[in-house]
Design a protein around this ligand. Structure first.
Ligand code: TRP
Length: 340
């Protein structure tokens, strides 16, 4: 059908929920790896809007964020010719397979999901069935495309394990239908922490904007956030700084931005005041994000280009997904359309 899909590269799949603001943590933990791996894998990168509605969203914000996130994938360097980039709800097979997989997922399994427990605590006015069965939708996202590899941070490991269990259960009940995906654990040092709550992971949906660096923050905001970032009461960088929560995180951010080893950063700044280092870190951040933001603005200014990328991505995705879906329906005993 399509040159990209004829490619026999293994499949790498990931998705980000369009909530909050894409943060430096998302870039380092996810998007950067997508870009680095896109030559060896066929990347399937989604904006998972169907997941986002498990908590209430303002319609206009959701719409804008979906487009903005997709544009940021592109601005980060994900090549739309070599990858499949789309918005989840544009591919109806996600909802179809999620329903089927719900019937192969046990309540006992869903009850163990720690993200459900966390999110129900945070949104205790809206503990809906979608939030509960969300892992079946995530399993569908992955299994629809016969995915080989899913990059996962600590918070998604449990969902990927469940996906593997569901795939094996289905395959064993019928016959091999789904590829059982492997986790890809990004290398250590990829975990960026919150700037204020220094023992929490940097979250794009944090209520306190000072906790994260948005990829779209303007220079003055970037500088202010770094200046205010929490550090310990020592004032100078030493060999031990890397293991200190606040300053250690800032040092590893500097390392990532400048493609250095964290220990190289420490030797460069050893003996210097935190304040001087923070100034240089802010400069690095601005230098890193400015070209990203320029590319982003260009893409957002050309809506017909963005639309065509997303349409093409969804078309490729529907084609791949429909193959899996017809296998699934046939195996479970659904009557094929047009036959009796
Ligand atoms: N559940 C993931 C999260 O909250 C997002 C997600 C949805 C995802 N479907 C996926 C991630 C498939 C990887 C693969 O971050």
């Amino acid at each position: 059908m399509n040159e990209v899909l004829k490619d026999k590269k293994p499949i790498l799949l990931s998705g980000i929920q369009p909530s909050g603001h894409l943060a430096l943590g998302n870039y380092v933990g996810a998007m950067r790896n997508w870009v680095q791996m896109q030559h060896d894998y066929l990347g399937i990168f989604m904006v998972v809007d169907m997941h986002a509605i498990t908590v209430r969203q303002k319609p206009a914000d959701l719409r804008n964020r979906c487009l903005s996130f997709a544009a940021q994938y592109l601005a980060a360097g994900v090549n739309p010719d070599d990858n499949v980039i789309f918005i989840q709800s544009h591919v109806p097979q996600h909802a179809e397979l999620a329903w089927v997989l719900n019937c192969y997922t046990y309540l006992g399994e869903l009850n163990r999901m720690t993200q459900f427990k966390d999110k129900s605590k945070r949104h205790d006015d809206n503990i809906n069935a979608g939030l509960y069965s969300y892992p079946a939708l995530m399993a569908a996202d992955i299994l629809l495309y016969q995915t080989d590899l899913v990059p996962v941070g600590a918070d998604q490991k449990q969902h990927l394990e469940l996906t593997r269990d569901i795939a094996n259960r289905f395959n064993n009940t019928y016959s091999p239908t789904f590829k059982v995906p492997e986790p890809f654990i990004p290398k250590a040092g990829a975990r960026i922490m919150s700037l204020q709550d220094i023992d929490k992971k940097m979250s794009k949906s944090d209520k306190n904007e000072n906790n994260y660096i948005s990829l779209l923050d303007p220079p003055d905001v970037l500088r202010r956030k770094i200046k205010r970032a929490v550090t310990d009461s020592a004032r100078e960088i030493t060999a031990e700084s890397l293991t200190q929560p606040g300053i250690g995180n800032l040092l590893s951010i500097f390392a990532v931005l400048n493609e250095l080893q964290p220990t190289e950063v420490v030797s460069r700044f050893e003996g210097q005041q935190y304040s001087g280092f923070k100034g240089e870190l802010a400069d690095s951040l601005v230098a890193f994000l400015e070209p990203f933001q320029d590319r982003y603005d260009k893409i957002m200014g050309d809506k017909s280009y963005l639309t065509s990328v997303l349409d093409e991505g969804a078309k490729r995705a529907r084609y791949m997904a429909s193959k899996t879906m017809s296998k699934v329906y046939r195996k479970i005993g659904f009557v094929p359309v047009g036959r009796s």
